[in-house]
Structures are given as structure tokens and as C-alpha cells.
Design a protein around this ligand. Structure first.
Ligand code: HEM
Length: 410
């Protein structure tokens, strides 16, 4: 077999990322790869470097459950999907998303209780209130002209919620949403991305410093207090944990809100099912997460030793991209996988990743999606698209997939 570096030099490898031709299905190549070569090589569009793609559900879980893979993006071979000059890469502090155990375990343990099922149950009434307020505002404006559901509901709800949880002033949302966007977009210049990191780091550092002297009733203050009693990390770690949650806590869920509403409006039989039987909604949320798999390549890794996976040997130092949009459309696990079926048993999807880094905010995301979809469908029964679905702008240029706008009327 040709080594990945040689094949890349020959220009024989498919380029990654690949575009989705239909919003409800993965790129067509994923199906071919999963069936014929479930661990295959590709070349990163951003820098031409070779990487492995993993497209089968069982192999996705196997590789992400393997302690011989690292999430450390500073290691040579790690498949970065946005261009970061090496001197900047080596100088920025790692967030725990990019740490391996045991360092990762320390920070993850500090945070996990904040997102427990019980905590989310307690928070649900407040999320319901925020969602109702956003919908009141949207309805008050009227529908003489189309309303963009992304700016009216999908983005403000998770942004408001993560601000309240962390203790970040919502008045600053335009700034941090812009920085987060620049950090996650393939097509932003290196300089602008570097600047966004710098500004966001400064902003979050200032917040943590302020809460060290004047704590509030919020997650950042609790992390600081916990760390005073049981010192485990530094001030800079609390700042980087806060930054990570601020970024991951709004954009992902916002994209799922808009895409989920689009999917339900485009599948009237499924929409009717969740309207008639509201108890189907938690399952519908899982199914929508599976169908869209918005953080498709969000679980990049690098092999620290040689690893046998499927029929191939991944060499130490090789980059690996387990693709959850491929795994979540594996027909062996989800028959008729490209079809939206709100009655499907979809819980074994891997839209939140797998293994030690599996999304720490998943209970929050699930609860927010359930409240938003249920409330919107109940309160705006005549909701419909104001622009044909094939004219919508999708986020093909970003690490996390979504919609730029969703014009609706009612
Ligand atoms: C990790 C997806 C919502 C915080 C992850 C990972 C995925 C993911 C795939 C695994 C990354 C890896 O293995 O390298 C999603 C999706 C969401 C969502 C699809 C919404 C629909 C949230 C929310 C938060 C959050 C609301 C709130 C704070 C995090 C954090 C990690 C993470 C902190 C890193 C966990 C670790 O490294 O241990 N997410 N996420 N996510 N997510 Fe989410």
C-alpha cells in the first residue's frame, strides 16, 4: 500500500472537507468510502497534508475509544482544518478539548457536574422563559415581511443560556459571537483568526479576573471557588475552560435549532407526528442530531502508536478524522439512514462524539433543542419557510455546519 505522504504527493487522494449536496444527507463519497474502504486516506484542503478518514460507525467508536490516539493539536500530524501558522499554534494554551488524560481528566471532572441531567432539569424552566420571551418578541414584530429565525431565535437562545450559566454579560454577545465565528471559519484570514483568538482570550481573562475578587452565582465563580479549596488548575486554565464553553456553547446549538426547524418544515408528515404526539420530541431531537451531524469532523486525532483499524495500519504520527456524519448514516446501524424518522431509535448516534471527549454540554444541548422545537411548533402553528429550501445559504465554509439565515413567516 502507498504511504499517505507519497499518495498525497501524487495528488491521488480525495480532498477533505467534501461538500454536502443535499442538506439531509452526507457527501455522496462518504457512502462509497464506508462500503469500500471505511478507513481511507484523504488530503486536507487547507494544507494538502494527508490524513485518515474513518466512516463506519463501529470503527468510529473503536478509534475514539483508543487511548493510543491523542487530541493534542500541537502534535505533528494532527489534521488541523483551519490554517494556523506553527509559531501561533505552539504559543497558544491548549483548551481541555485538546488535552489527553490525565490533564484532560482533571478539568473535565471540574466541569461535568455543571451539566448533569439533574442540573439541566432545574434549568429547564428558565430556558422555557427565555424561549417564550424570544418568541413573544418575534410575534410582536409581525410577519408583514419574512423573519430570519436564526437572528430572532436560533442564535439568541443558546447565547443567552450560556451567558447566564457562565456569568458572561449578554450585552457583549455581538463581540463574542463574532470572535467565535472567526475562530471556526475555514475562510477567515490567518490574521483575523489570530486577532479573534487574542481578543476573546483577553475578554475572558478579564472576566475571570473580575470574578476572582467579586464572585457571582455562576459557573465561572464556582470553578474559581472549587479550585481555591482543592487547587487543581491555574487561573489561565479556568480562563481557557470558560473560553471553550462560551464558543462551543452557542454556535453548535444555534445551528441545530435552525436546521431542525428546516427539516421539520420540509417533512410535513414528520412535523405532523411531533405535533400530534409531543412525547415524540426527545426522540426527534436525537434523530435530528443524527441526521445533520453538524460537527462532522470535530473529533480530529493523531495516532501516538501504530494502530490496526479495520484492514489498515495507521502509523504513529498519522492524522485521523473520524467522521460522525458518515458513522451516523451507516445503514448497518440506521436503516434508510438519509430519511428523517422521528420515531427511529437514534440514541446510538455519535453526533456528540465518543470516548473521553464526548460532548460535556450534550444534556444542555438536548434540553435547549427540545424546549425550542416544542415551543415554536406549539406557539406558531402556521410557521412556514419564506424562501425555498434550495435557495438557503448553508455554512459550507465552517467547521460546524449550519444555516446563515432561515427566513420564515406564519
Ligand atoms: C465536545 C458536538 C453542544 C461544550 C464535543 C464533541 C462534539 C460536540 C462532537 C467532541 C469533540 C472531540 O471529541 O474532540 C456538539 C454538538 C452540540 C454541542 C453537535 C449541539 C448540538 C455543546 C454545548 C456545550 C458544549 C451546548 C456547552 C458548553 C463542549 C465541550 C467539549 C465538547 C466543552 C469538550 C469536551 C472534552 O474535551 O472533554 N461537542 N456539542 N457542546 N462540547 Fe459539544
Amino acid at each position: 500500500m502507498t504511504a499517505p505522504a507519497e499518495a498525497a504527493a501524487e495528488g491521488a487522494l480525495p480532498e477533505f472537507p467534501m461538500r454536502r449536496a443535499c442538506p439531509f444527507s452526507p457527501p455522496a463519497t462518504y457512502t462509497e468510502l464506508r462500503e469500500n474502504e471505511p478507513v481511507s486516506r484523504a488530503q486536507l484542503k487547507v494544507n494538502g497534508k494527508p490524513t485518515w478518514l474513518v466512516t463506519r460507525h463501529d470503527l468510529y467508536k473503536k478509534v475514539l475509544g483508543d487511548a493510543r490516539v491523542s487530541a493534542n493539536l500541537k502534535l505533528p500530524g494532527y489534521p488541523l482544518q483551519v490554517p494556523v501558522p506553527d509559531e501561533i499554534l505552539q504559543s497558544v494554551p491548549l483548551t481541555f478539548l485538546s488535552m489527553d488524560p490525565p490533564d484532560h481528566t482533571v478539568q473535565r471532572r471540574m466541569l461535568a457536574p455543571e451539566f448533569s441531567v439533574r442540573r439541566m432539569r432545574e434549568l429547564r424552566a428558565r430556558v422555557q422563559q427565555l424561549v417564550d420571551e424570544q418568541i413573544d418578541e418575534m410575534l410582536a414584530k409581525g410577519c408583514d415581511s419574512p423573519v430570519d429565525l436564526v437572528t430572532a431565535l436560533a442564535l439568541p437562545v443558546p447565547s443567552l443560556v450560556i451567558c447566564e450559566l457562565l456569568g458572561v454579560p449578554y450585552e457583549d454577545h455581538a463581540r463574542f459571537e463574532q470572535w467565535a465565528w472567526a475562530i471556526m471559519n475555514h475562510e477567515v484570514s490567518d490574521e483575523d483568526r489570530g486577532m479573534a483568538h487574542y481578543e476573546l482570550d483577553r475578554y475572558v481573562d478579564g472576566l475571570v479576573t473580575a470574578k476572582e475578587s467579586e464572585p457571582g452565582d455562576d459557573m465561572i465563580s464556582r470553578l474559581i471557588a472549587f479550585n481555591r479549596e482543592t487547587p487543581a488548575v491555574e487561573h489561565s486554565d479556568i480562563a481557557s475552560m470558560s473560553k471553550l464553553m462560551l464558543v462551543t456553547g452557542h454556535e453548535t446549538t444555534a445551528n441545530m435549532i435552525a436546521l431542525g426547524v428546516l427539516a421539520l418544515l420540509e417533512h410535513p408528515d414528520q412535523l405532523a407526528a411531533v405535533r400530534e404526539e409531543p412525547e415524540l420530541m426527545p426522540g426527534a431531537v436525537e434523530e435530528l442530531l443524527r441526521l445533520f451531524s453538524i460537527s462532522d469532523a470535530g473529533t480530529a486525532r493523531v495516532a501516538m502508536e501504530d494502530i490496526e483499524l479495520g484492514d489498515v495500519t495507521i502509523r504513529a504520527g498519522d492524522g485521523i478524522l473520524p467522521l460522525n456524519n458518515a458513522a451516523n448514516h451507516d445503514e448497518q446501524v440506521f436503516p434508510d439512514a438519509d430519511r428523517l424518522d422521528v420515531r427511529r431509535e437514534a440514541r446510538s448516534h455519535v453526533a456528540f462524539g465518543y470516548g473521553v471527549h464526548q460532548c460535556v454540554g450534550q444534556n444542555l444541548a438536548r434540553m435547549e433543542l427540545d424546549v425550542v422545537y416544542s415551543t415554536l411548533l406549539r406557539r406558531v402553528p402556521t410557521l412556514r419557510l419564506a424562501t425555498p429550501a434550495d435557495e438557503l445559504r448553508f455554512k459550507d465554509d465552517a467547521i460546524v455546519w449550519g444555516l446563515y439565515e432561515l427566513p420564515v413567516t406564519w
